[in-house]
Design a protein around this ligand. Structure first.
Ligand code: SF4
Length: 455
């Protein structure tokens, strides 16, 4: 599928680590492709390797072997993964492949017969075994202390928190259930323990991720709550960090999540993948909640929490999408007035059931619909941001350089949404600080503001 521009893609994150190597220390490099969920896997693998005494190299030349954590969600992502593997072989020569694409080892070894080992998603032990046989460990108990928060690939003040794996749905365009299996939720106490540790170590924002966040815990046979996401959200909210919910499907019980946002326990932000608005298109996609009256749901959420920010992603040019269906989507967007949207042009993905659907939409029609969709969403974003001028908002500081402090409001998730910039009196600010800012200028996707109260 055609993607958002790279600066709006969460799936382009790469490991950026530096480490001081002690003499003779076995050292591993990591290239991490794919979505935030894959990034969490990379963090876990590196955490374990550090615990075992390995050094982490930020470049190919300093590494004894390189792990490439791949993405196989889209054909374009598969091609990118194969390219990254090829580059690692050329630059280093000793390459271990893991991640989604590793679910199909022949696909990788067919293109790159020289890889040392291929493991699938979440096969942490197998990745570690492959590393052990390629580069034996040589731990030094005096210097190889694991940082309490583990190795993090995201800035220290925010962290992804994966609460479950897999998905029980079977949307026709998606092969994630084949690659990642059925929904398997992590025990709530394990999620909470991880979250507490992160917060103790300075994390100010927890980004809750999974394939289907609102379904969290519904795979447990014995459970006290019908929808365990509600108590998990409440518990996470009590830790004092910002808690941001991603990949929340519009099930009816989301209405019970929104009051927690109105109370200020979790951020008033819902990343909710609608994908389309026409019931026939949604049916052809076999989407969960295809029949949901989403405009009514949105109105109800806004009534409970007027400040809520809604982000969503959509697919245009899905097989059989007529001009009338697409127009319904545009009209729906006009009415829904979502704050943030991403849009993909449909493309076949090997193994997806949608490939076999009749009436594929020609590329030029997809492109035209994508342009029209993005034009409308930009107008909505511009008007929504203009309405914020003059307001005082809570923001978190991400980065400070010579020019400005780059911050985010509660309406902005890192890496996929916009920013708020402060270009005067920002010098004393520190990444991770939470401050108040008065907005004095708005663009299409970003804001500019001044400090309301000095830290
Ligand atoms: S809900 Fe649909 S799109 Fe999302 S992971 Fe499950 S099958 Fe894929």
């Amino acid at each position: 599928m055609t993607q958002n521009p790279p600066d709006l893609r969460p799936d382009l994150a790469r490991a950026q680590l530096s480490d001081t190597r002690r003499d003779g220390q076995p050292t591993i490099g990591m290239v991490s492709l794919g979505c935030p969920k894959a990034l969490v896997d990379s963090e876990r693998i590196l955490t374990r390797l550090r615990a075992e005494g390995y050094g982490i190299s930020p470049d190919y030349s300093g590494a004894d072997a390189v792990i490439v954590n791949t993405c196989g969600f889209l054909d374009s992502a598969k091609a990118e993964s194969l390219e990254a593997i090829g580059e690692a072989i050329t630059e280093n020569g000793r390459v271990i492949v893991t991640g989604c694409l590793g679910a199909d080892p022949e696909y990788i070894t067919g293109a790159h017969p020289k890889v040392l080992a291929v493991t699938g998603p979440h096969q942490y032990e197998q990745v570690l075994d492959a590393v052990h046989s390629a580069v034996p460990p040589d731990p030094d108990p005096f210097v190889d202390l694991l940082p309490a928060s583990g190795v993090k690939l995201t800035p220290r003040h925010y962290s992804y928190l994966k609460i479950s794996e897999g998905c029980n749905h079977s949307c026709k365009f998606c092969i994630i259930p084949d690659m990642r299996g059925k929904l398997a939720s992590r025990p709530a106490r394990a999620v909470l323990r991880e979250a507490e540790k992160l917060v103790e170590n300075g994390v100010q924002e927890l980004l809750v991720i999974s394939q289907d966040t609102s379904a969290y815990g519904t795979d447990w046979k014995d459970r006290d709550d019908k929808f365990p996401i509600l108590s998990l959200a409440r518990d996470l909210g009590s830790l004092g960090a910002w808690v941001r919910m991603h990949y929340v499907y519009p099930y009816p019980h989301v209405r019970d999540l929104v009051p927690l946002m109105a109370e200020g326990l979790i951020l008033p932000y819902l990343d909710i993948p609608f994908q389309h608005a026409h019931p026939d298109t949604l049916k052809r996609m076999a989407r969960p909640a295809a029949a949901a009256r989403t405009l009514d749901e949105i109105a109800a959420w806004r009534e409970t929490c007027p400040d809520i920010t809604l982000r969503s992603t959509f697919i245009v040019g899905y097989p059989g999408e007529t001009e009338e269906e697409f127009q319904t989507l545009l009209d729906w967007l006009d009415e829904a007035q979502l704050d943030r949207v991403g849009c993909f042009q449909y493309e076949n993905v090997e193994g997806a059931r949608s490939n076999a659907l009749p009436d594929h939409v020609p590329d030029e029609v997809k492109q035209d619909r994508w342009n029209r969709f993005m034009e409308k969403s930009m107008q909505i974003s511009e008007a929504k941001l203009a309405a914020k001028v003059g307001q005082t908002l809570g923001v978190i500081v991400d980065e400070v350089d010579a020019e400005a402090a780059t911050c985010r409001t509660t309406a902005d998730a890192p890496e996929i949404d916009g920013n708020l910039f402060i270009d005067e009196g920002f010098e004393a600010l520190q990444p991770g600080q939470r401050i108040k800012v008065t907005v004095d200028e708005a663009g299409d996707y970003d804001l500019w503001g001044r400090l309301d109260s000095k830290p």
